[in-house]
Ligand binder design. Structure first.
Ligand SMILES: C[S@@+](CC[C@H](N)C(=O)[O-])C[C@H]1O[C@@H](n2cnc3c(N)ncnc32)[C@H](O)[C@@H]1O
Length: 372
């Protein structure tokens, strides 16, 4: 375990030996995208909201009224196209930056791979990939999460980390506070007696948050599972570069393996809105199976489920389904994770759900989970 790093050092500015270098041209192109995204975010929240209020008879226009008004608005059509276009420009700029440096970064990865390891990586050559992961380039990431070209490939991980950084900064959010920090803060406040010996991060991607959990619980063994081979390879070497021991496994969150009761803490960050509802329910059953008595499961995700969410906010949130390669966003908003937890076997009294304001941004964290 790194002697010096702390949970709060794991954020969108964390650098390591696989961080790509930004040249002047990259900075200019990514700066353009970030400013465009911020401007569009502000325009959506001010001008489009005002337009809906001005044309509606209702004090708080419902989602269907919002959809009708915005559907006829050229301002909304322009906003929507620019929003989609900004995402496309972001990936083109990032793919250019990463691909130009890929041979050098792969050599650097090979060097890291040759060093003594703190953690471990287990890939499964014939792993079964669900159709939705093969067919969807979630939020436009080139090649999607599971794109893997050869046995040295780290590109999907590089893109996921770089994309997340530009995306969150473009939204003006999360510059200091990470998803892992928010989860650990919630757990400390609500389950102060929790002392996990084994932690599992479901759908860990490149392991950015998983590193945070390893630092927050230094006495625990920290595992992460995902299906993307190149992401996991990158995540493993990234963690090694940071001196953090992660145990990454290529596995489906619906069939994660591991013995019953193996973990005291199971977490997912923004996984659930990217899986079909049937998979979300199976994941809850697996969490129930894998948790030791007294253990806690907590999922953090997009806060689209609030029944009382104003129609305008809900309509804007669900824009993602139609325009940002997020096929399950609406299904997730309309399903109940608390019910799924209870159906999976958790005692309803031990199920929790919370909406917590972000400390360094305009968004709200959605937490849902249970104690075994
Ligand atoms: C939005 S990303 C979140 C990554 C990471 N948790 C984070 O917050 O940075 C969703 C991740 O879930 C993974 N994923 C989707 N379906 C999965 C499944 N059935 N089993 C395991 N991982 C899955 C994807 O490969 C992707 O890396």
């Amino acid at each position: 375990m790194s002697a010096t790093l702390r949970l709060e050092d794991m954020n969108r500015s964390t650098r390591h030996e696989l961080t790509p270098t930004e040249c002047t041209e990259d900075r200019a192109r990514l700066g353009f995208v970030m400013h465009l995204k911020r401007g569009l975010g502000a325009l959506g929240q001010t001008r489009l909201r005002a337009l809906v209020s001005a044309r509606s008879d209702e004090d708080l226009p419902s989602q269907s009224v919002t959809a009708d008004i915005l559907g006829q608005s050229t301002a909304f059509a322009a906003w929507s196209s620019l929003n989609r276009g900004s995402q496309r420009r972001m990936w083109i700029a990032l793919a250019d930056m990463v691909d130009r440096q890929l041979p050098a970064l792969e050599s650097q990865a090979a060097k890291l791979d040759g060093r003594e390891k703190r953690g471990s990586l287990r890939l499964v050559p014939d792993v079964e990939l669900p159709g939705y992961l093969l067919e969807t380039a979630f939020h436009g990431q080139p090649g999607g999460y599971v794109d893997t070209r050869d046995e040295r490939d780290i590109r999907a991980g590089l893109l996921q980390e770089a994309g997340g950084t530009v995306y969150t900064r473009g939204a003006g959010t999360g510059r200091k506070d990470s998803k892992a920090q928010a989860v650990v803060r919630y757990l400390d406040a609500n389950f102060p007696d929790l002392r996990p010996r084994r932690v599992l991060d479901l759908g860990c991607g490149f392991g950015g948050q998983t590193c945070g959990y390893a630092l927050a619980y230094p006495d625990a063994e920290t595992y992460g599972i995902d299906l993307g081979e190149a992401q996991l390879r990158y995540g493993h070497l990234r963690a090694e570069s940071l001196g953090i021991a992660l145990h990454l496994r290529q596995a489906d969150a619906c069939a994660p393996g591991f013995p019953d009761g193996h973990f005291d803490l199971i977490i997912s960050n923004i996984l659930l809105h990217e899986v079909p509802t049937a998979s979300m329910r199976e994941i809850m059953r697996q969490c129930h199976r894998l948790l030791a008595p007294g253990g806690v499961v907590i999922h953090q995700d997009v806060p689209t489920q609030v029944d009382a969410m104003p129609g305008f906010a809900r309509h804007m949130a669900l824009w993602q389904t139609a325009h940002n390669d997020e096929p399950f966003w609406t299904d997730f908003a309309e399903s109940s994770v608390t019910d799924a937890l209870a159906e999976a076997g958790f005692n309803s009294d031990a199920v929790f759900e919370a909406y917590v304001p972000q400390v360094d941004g305009p968004l709200t964290w959605y937490f849902v989970g249970a104690r075994h």
